[in-house]
Design a protein around this ligand. Structure first.
Ligand code: ARG
Length: 441
């Protein structure tokens, strides 16, 4: 069965049908399509298009379909898309009344409605995933507030920080992601149904009532826009791509930190693999895949933006590609966040290796300059003075705390012996680097 065969004499070519069919992807909208159809049927009864008996038959029939089919089973049927499947299956169950369901509705406003219902649900799942990752990072930070490691800039040792300060950076990133997803909900939460194909419906369906039934807080105002607006998909892809960039940066850090050369972290066997050839290998595949999928995610966003950019107003079939991009992004993001959380929960910190790296006294060079500043030396001069000490120490293969600083400035006379101890460097600073505990969200 087709929803549009009347004006055609021929059947579509199988190779075209293969391209046109979206059921393999939109079957997961089964629940949403049925909920939206039930709300539409009630509205059709409300404005006199359906008798009460017809509405009741349609409503019960739709409910039954939901109990009888899973999206997986729907995928195996031969229909064009989820909307065709539901209408055809309803007709098999209740007969002629089913063919009244599509009155005053187009698949254009229907699919936009189904999809918004799904995306709204999807966002709440992503928010839960972000919260779980947040807890894992908060726990790791709080359990290791006194573990010091070098903070790197340009991937060169910069200044020592606490592990909790390191974790705080990613907690902040993922909290911004949470905020972005949360703020996007208001723009997803709009009912398009009632917009018809593009110009609205000839039947006075009560759109406010449909919105209430489906839990939308607003109804769309422009029928033209509502049928072709996919900003909510672009926003999801964008938010997902940004979150994946954060995940990828954490992944990259930990890939480096877990090398034999760094040895700061031991990744769990739960998220690593061996080599088929080299028996000694333990490879960080989980983190590498997260890093790679961040790239693929960027492609989904870019790809869909390009799909949208040249579209004539209003609905064009190009829009059908929205779902493949979205579902792929949604599944990838959730998987990546789960694997990342597992990685954080199971990582073992090599505190000694981190402490040894954090004890590199060159990372106290700024503190030495600031010591002179407190004595009244202009910072630029102090920087220059300590810079010379650094240069000589490197040339003599000494640590900065091993050379005679008095040779560079007599003001170092009363420098405390433990001035360059890493924990003192950390504690001297305000802000998150000296933060003891992280608060949960
Ligand atoms: N499967 C289609 C989609 O996802 C449904 C809308 C089809 N509308 C149309 N006018 N051909 O966009």
């Amino acid at each position: 069965m087709k929803l549009w065969q009347g004006r055609f004499e021929e059947a579509g070519d199988p190779v075209f049908e293969k391209m046109n069919r979206s059921l393999g992807i939109d079957a997961v909208l089964l629940d949403e399509d049925i909920r939206a159809s039930r709300a539409h049927a009630r509205a059709l009864f409300g404005c006199g298009v359906l008798t009460e008996a017809e509405w009741q038959d349609i409503d019960r029939g739709l409910e039954q379909i939901l109990t009888e089919y899973t999206p997986e089973q729907v995928k195996a049927t031969p229909y064009e898309d989820i909307h065709t499947f539901v209408e055809a299956t309803l007709a098999q169950k209740i007969g002629q009344a089913a063919f009244k369901l599509h009155t005053g509705r187009s698949r254009n406003d229907q699919v936009a409605t189904d999809f918004r219902l799904f995306v709204r649900k999807a966002i709440s799942l992503v928010l839960a995933d972000l919260d779980a990752l947040d807890s894992a990072l908060t726990e790791s930070g709080n359990a290791n507030t006194d573990v010091l490691l070098p903070a790197y800039t340009h991937l060169r040792r910069a200044q020592p920080i606490r592990w909790s300060a390191y974790c705080a950076a990613f907690i902040e990133m993922f909290r911004r992601d949470r905020e972005r997803f949360e703020q996007s909900v208001g723009r997803v939460d709009v009912l398009p149904l009632g917009s018809g194909a593009v110009a609205g419906s000839n039947f006075p369906v009560d759109r406010e009532a449909i919105a209430r039934e489906l839990g939308f807080s607003r109804i769309s105002r422009s029928t033209v826009d509502a049928t072709c607006d996919r900003d909510f998909v672009i926003e999801f892809l964008s938010n997902a791509a940004i979150a994946m960039v954060h995940a990828s940066r954490l992944a990259e850090d930990w890939i480096i930190y877990s090398t034999e050369e760094f040895g700061f972290l031991e990744l769990s066997e739960k998220v690593t693999t061996g080599s088929s050839l080299m028996p000694q290998k333990k490879n960080p595949d989980g983190l590498e895949l997260i890093r790679a999928k961040a790239g693929v995610m960027t492609g989904l966003l870019t790809g869909f933006l390009v799909v949208m950019k040249g579209l004539p107003t209003a609905y064009d079939k190009d829009l059908q590609e929205d779902k493949e991009a979205f579902f792929s992004a949604f599944n990838t993001l959730r998987l990546a966040l789960s694997v990342l959380r597992l990685t954080v929960r199971t990582v073992v910190l090599n505190k000694e290796r981190m402490a040894a790296a954090a004890a590199d006294s060159f990372m106290g060079a700024t503190d030495l300059a600031d010591f002179l500043v407190v004595k009244g030396v202009p910072f630029r001069t102090a920087h220059e003075t300590v810079g010379r000490a650094v240069r000589d120490a490197i040339a003599n293969r000494q640590q900065l705390n091993e050379i005679d600083l008095m040779a560079y400035s007599p003001l170092f006379a009363d420098l405390p012996a433990d001035y360059l101890a890493p924990m003192n460097i950390v504690n001297r600073k305000g802000g998150a680097s000296s933060l003891h505990g992280l608060s949960s969200r």
